[in-house]
Every structure is written in C-alpha cells, then in structure tokens.
Design a protein around this ligand. Structure first.
Ligand code: HEC
Length: 185
C-alpha cells in the first residue's frame, strides 16, 4: 500500500511538472521588439523561448533567460544561438554570474506555444533545399556544434546565399538536440 501511495505521488508530481512546462512554454513567433517598463527596446528573435508572466489584454509580459555578452543575449555560454539584441538602456536582471533575465511586453500574437507553427516556413525551406540528394536528416539528432560543422559543407552543396544560409542555420540550431525546443527528453 505504501509503495502504491508513493508511486502515485511521484506520478502526480511528474504529471504536474509536465503540464506546467507545457502550459508555460511559449516561443517568439517572429523577429519582434520587446519593451521594458521604461519603454526601452530589445530585438528578440524567432523561436526564443519565453515564459509568460502576465496576460495584459492584447499584450503579454514575458521573461527571457540567457547569457549576456555586451548587448547580446545568447542561449548558452558558447554563444551559438542569439536570443536578443538590446538597445541602449534596456533593463536586465542578473540571476547569477553569467545568467540574465529580460522582462518586457510585446503583442500576444507575437508569441506561440506551438513550435511547429513557429518554424513552419523554415522547415519548408529546409526540405526544399536539403532533400535534393538525401532524405532530410532529423534536425534534433545533431547538436548545435555538429550542425555548424555539417552545414559548412552542405550550404555549398545546396548553393545557398549568405542570407538563406543564416536563415537555415538558425532553424537547424534552434531545433537541434541542445537548441530551444526541449520536448524530446
Ligand atoms: C548536392 C547534394 C547535397 C545537398 C543539396 C545537400 N547534401 Fe547533405 N550530404 C550530401 C552528401 C554527398 C553527403 C555524404 C557525404 C558527406 O558527409 O560529405 C551528405 C551528408 C549529410 C549529412 C550527414 C553528415 C554526417 O556527418 O553525418 C547531413 C546531416 C546533411 N548532409 C545535411 C544536409 C543539409 C542540412 C542540407 C541543406 C542545407 C544538405 N545536406 C544538402 C549531399 C548533399
């Protein structure tokens, strides 16, 4: 009996954390501008995970956490994936030695809780460009670093220009095994 109760509690706790993560995890839908409480701005980029702190009609107040280097916020200390670029004076909260938090508001419609929705156009372009010679590899089977290396060769194979290359590399990194979307754990 005791084990059943304990297992049930563990299960409920697991379910609870699962649903909580799902309910709270939202993403920046497209490159957007975030405003802090003083009206200062920061550019935030497609796919960045946000936590919604408060719903305010057509706007939402969100929190974005990452690693600051000068005026740029990255998803890791290795600076592989840019999350935000701060304009002068945007207020940041320091969480630990390297970790910082941006808090600001933007239109609710610029966020989405559906990664497929967020990355749909990128994904189409990926399949168009990268399945001419082989099947499209599972994006989350490689890490950001691996994608960077593989992509060095493949962008030439696919004859991408600079803009197309950075558009696609961002998609690959964001959806990689250590990217923004951590649902497959
Ligand atoms: C012109 C043909 C061609 C195109 C277009 C192409 N590839 Fe490849 N790809 C290859 C060949 C050939 C290999 C195997 C040889 C190699 O690894 O260099 C390969 C291998 C790979 C691998 C496996 C590498 C490894 O080390 O496991 C990945 C991942 C990959 N391609 C991704 C892509 C992506 C992403 C694109 C689109 C930007 C792309 N490919 C476009 C020809 C192509």
């Amino acid at each position: 009996m005791k084990t059943i109760i304990r297992n049930t509690i563990v299960l409920l706790a697991l379910l609870g954390s699962f649903f909580q993560v799902n309910a709270e995890q939202n993403f920046i839908y497209q490159d957007s501008v975030l405003k802090d409480e003083n009206g200062k701005t920061a550019k935030v980029f497609v796919g960045v995970p946000v936590t919604i702190i408060e719903e305010m009609g057509k706007e939402v107040k969100v929190s974005i956490k990452g690693f600051m280097f000068n005026d740029e916020l990255y998803s890791s200390k290795t600076k592989e994936l840019l999350m935000a670029k701060l304009d002068k004076g945007f207020k940041v909260n320091k969480l630990s030695a390297n970790e910082f938090e941006l808090v600001g508001t933007l239109a609710k419609e610029l966020t989405s809780n559906d990664p497929v929705d967020v990355w749909g156009e990128h994904e189409e372009f990926y399949f168009e460009m990268c399945t001419q010679c082989h099947a499209g590899p599972e994006v989350n089977h490689h890490s950001m670093m691996e994608w960077e290396a593989i992509f060095g060769t493949m962008k030439g194979f696919a004859k991408l220009d600079e803009e197309e290359a950075s558009y696609l590399l961002r998609y690959l990194k964001a959806n990689s095994s250590d990217g923004f979307i951590k649902t497959k754990h």
